[in-house]
Design a protein around this ligand. Structure first.
Ligand code: NAD
Ligand code: ZN
Length: 262
């Protein structure tokens, strides 16, 4: 087993000392589950090669309404990952909630993996791909039902009324859902430890929520630098799954950790 670094020990101490942890995450939390993030060369290159456009263009409201067929081809090829399972980061956060230490996961992800891992307090700032709504009559559909239409050969999924179905995700040009935004603002304001991970902090207004945090310690775990590295108490440039698993799921070797009950 590799020995923990000083930073990993510090993170474990901060988590142990906190009573109201909030986690703020992005696409990097799910890359270890095989879902690529938007900044990755893979997504950028493949989107340009296969579609001649950027992911940001295709996932905009204008594009959805002007070319829903291409939009859905993109969802099917690049976003829909029914085989994805929660990774160590999702599991560690579910454990912290179960232990009563974590009050909310605020996520920019649309993949539902936190809920699959067992987290119940999940605030989805950018909505979810798990459900769809008809733009004409408002009827709701499960994602699997909609994707089955595409897999059975339809270019475009349809409501029973013939209307266009839209995934319940926030597209570029659209506002964030009020309830998730308010919930996230309250949770972050009340937190005594904020852990920001797997996000470039480049997508607004989600990223600006972090500035509402009033606690002492801000932790950032990200593979690449973020605009808030300078103000964080602890910055770990590494894999969020490995780092959180080491801090939460396993006792550190040579430490004074009590064995966990499970
Ligand atoms: P992003 O793509 O802008 O940034 C991801 C960040 O995570 C990068 O800085 C990268 O260095 C880091 N990263 C990648 N893998 C990591 C790992 N294993 N450990 C630690 N860090 C890692 O993501 P974002 O800031 O969340 O914003 C992009 C937008 O794309 C969001 O609006 C989000 O809704 C959407 N998105 C969602 C999913 C998903 O639901 N899984 C996937 C791709 C994009
Ligand atoms: Zn309808």
């Amino acid at each position: 087993m590799t020995m923990p670094t000083t930073k990993e020990r510090r993170l474990k101490e901060l988590i142990e000392g906190a009573e109201n942890i909030v986690f703020f995450g992005g696409a990097g939390v799910s890359t270890e589950s095989g879902i690529p993030d938007f900044r990755s060369d893979y997504t950028q290159t493949r989107t340009f090669e296969d579609f001649g456009l950027s992911p940001e263009t295709i996932l905009s409201a204008d594009f959805f309404y002007s070319d829903p067929t291409t939009f859905y081809r993109y969802v099917k090829d690049m976003l829909y990952r029914p085989e994805a399972v929660p990774g160590p980061a999702h599991k560690a956060l579910a454990r912290l909630e179960e232990e009563g230490k974590l009050s909310a996961v605020v996520t920019q992800n649309i993949d539902g993996l936190h809920q699959k891992a067992g987290s119940s307090q999940v605030l989805e700032l950018h909505g979810t791909l798990a459900t769809y709504t008809c733009v004409d009559c408002g009827r709701g559909y499960a994602g699997a039902e909609v994707m089955a239409q595409l897999e059975n050969g339809a270019d475009l999924p349809e409501c029973a009324c013939g209307g266009l179905l839209k995934p319940d995700v926030v597209l570029y040009q659209e506002g964030l859902p009020e309830a998730a935004l308010m919930g996230a603002a309250v949770a972050i304001t009340e937190a005594d430890l904020l852990i920001v991970a797997g996000t470039s902090l480049m997508v607004q207004p989600a990223a600006s929520l972090v500035s509402l945090y009033e606690g002492e310690d801000l932790v950032i775990i990200n593979k690449t630098p973020t605009p808030l590295d300078d103000v964080a108490t602890l910055v770990i440039h590494g894999s969020v799954g490995k780092v959180l698993a080491a801090a939460v799921l396993r006792p550190l070797p040579g430490g004074s950790d009590r064995p966990r009950s499970r």
